[in-house]
Write a protein that binds this ligand. Structure first.
Ligand code: 9WN
Length: 447
């Protein structure tokens, strides 16, 4: 049925199929991000996946986050990939070469960068789900939360200590992969300044063997830059401060900053319930306030859209992408400015575009000259991103908007293929099918 828009699953059947995707991708202690393209655990995928697993088995959801946290680096960083023994993904652990980094975790191989900090959001969701099912589930989730809280606090503290290097207050990333939106036009300008050295060791891309059309993935030129940045980090021994000093790519990521604000407040709230140390809870709230202010400060004076910042060159990056709506995730704007941003999101330039199959925001506006309807983060719609905005809207009391996003998100995925991302006009699933985080958000939408 994959990709056949004539097929349309009813909610109960769609949820059942989503559960099967998670079961099929489960290797016992981790659910791989997808069956073939991504045969390992990814950090922010794992957060969404655990939230989906909670609807099936709270113990299994907890095990997923336990697996991720057992790969946390000694300094607090949660790495972006936890590797299984599968060798079909490139770059694998040998190419990352993190085995020599002094802060690496014992007994598991990981990449050497991170991804957006959405884990506290997943923990909140797991607690809510577990409390609705049974007393035993609630106790299981709560005892996990007690165990995990300080690990998540250390993760947020790592971001503050090592990734807020300038006065903008934005969270810095040292690789486009850290944003989770790898080849977004957001990064075109900073990547143009990354010039791969002649001593970049040769490599063979494996991702192109898994997708039918290379036009759905980043280009070779982009991959050279991705690999060159890894080379630079290896040479800095993955020392976090040295990496920030030496990386050819250092960008204040406004979307990650908004998620950091949202997740820090969420973690503080969980901390209140658990009786976590008051000083640490207060710190989380201060970090959230600072990040929220940084997101608001980044907004373009005319369009109101939030901007990333090239920290190497001290320049705002005003490309028109979904990240421009970051302030809606975490708040912090004056009421009228926020209303204007919501109108832009709903307008024909974005979710209200008349040609969209489902009225959820694409990764890049179809009206932008950067838009490419099939290429990864340069135009397609990503169900997880819709989920994030919907969840944030619910927290902010915008129930109507949240349920519209949920209904339209379900419409997008109702073909039952669980695409990684979707062509916005036809709804064709692109990249991988049976992508775990897509299945997870579907469970959250429907259960
Ligand atoms: C690189 C796993 C990950 C997601 C990212 C998505 C993609 C990897 C890749 O897949 O990135 O990290 O090889 O393309 O961009 O958001 O976490 O699903």
């Amino acid at each position: 049925a994959a990709g056949n828009r004539a097929v349309h699953y009813q909610p109960a059947n769609l949820a059942a199929r989503a559960a099967l995707v998670l079961r099929d991708n489960d290797n016992g202690n981790l659910v791989t991000a997808s069956p073939k393209l991504y045969p390992h655990m990814w950090s922010w995928d794992a957060a969404f996946i655990s939230m989906g697993l909670a609807y099936l088995d709270v113990g299994r959801a907890v095990r997923e986050l336990d697996t991720l946290l057992s790969a946390q680096w000694r300094d607090g960083m949660i790495p972006h990939i936890v590797f299984t023994s599968d060798t079909d993904y490139f770059p694998g652990p040998d190419r990352w070469g993190t085995d020599l980094a002094p802060q690496r975790p014992d007994g598991v191989r990981t990449s050497g960068i991170c991804q957006p900090p959405v884990h506290a959001i997943a923990l909140r969701r797991i607690l809510e789900t577990a409390r609705k099912t049974s007393q035993a589930d609630a106790e299981l989730a709560e005892s996990f939360a007690e165990r995990a809280w300080s690990s998540l606090y250390r993760w947020h503290r790592w971001i503050v200590r090592h990734r807020m290097p300038d006065a903008s207050g934005l969270v810095a990333i040292v690789h486009g992969w850290e944003s989770g939106m790898d080849n977004s036009p957001r990064w075109d300008e900073p990547y143009a300044a990354v010039l791969p050295g002649a001593d970049l060791p040769p490599y063979v891309r494996l991702d192109l063997l898994q997708v039918g059309d290379p036009g759905e993935r980043p280009s070779d030129d982009e991959y050279d830059r991705y690999l060159w940045l890894i080379e630079q980090m290896r040479r800095a021994d993955y020392n976090p401060d040295k990496v920030v000093q030496t990386s050819g790519f250092l960008v204040g990521d406004v979307f990650t900053t908004a998620l950091f604000a949202l997740a820090s407040d969420t973690l503080a709230g969980i901390g209140d319930e658990l009786g976590a140390p008051e000083g640490e809870i207060a710190e989380l709230r201060r970090w959230a306030a600072r990040a929220r202010a940084a997101v608001a400060m980044s907004c373009h004076p005319e369009t109101g859209m939030a901007r990333d910042r090239d920290m190497r060159r001290g320049r705002w990056l005003a490309t028109e992408t979904i990240a421009g709506f970051s302030p809606l995730l975490c708040g912090g704007l004056a009421h009228e400015v926020e209303q204007q941003l919501i109108s832009t999101l709903d307008s024909p330039r974005w979710s209200g575009h008349p040609d969209l199959l489902a009225a959820v925001p694409p990764s890049v506006s179809p009206e932008s000259e950067d838009f490419d309807s099939r290429r990864y983060w340069r135009g397609p719609q990503w169900p997880v991103i819709t989920w994030l905005f919907g969840w944030a809207f619910e927290q902010r009391g915008w129930q109507r908007h949240a349920s519209e996003f949920r209904a339209q998100g379900v419409h997008l995925v109702s073909d039952g293929s669980f695409g990684e991302y979707y062509e916005p006009f036809t709804g064709k699933p692109l990249g991988s099918t049976n992508q775990s985080w897509t299945a997870a958000v579907v469970l959250d939408w429907l259960c």
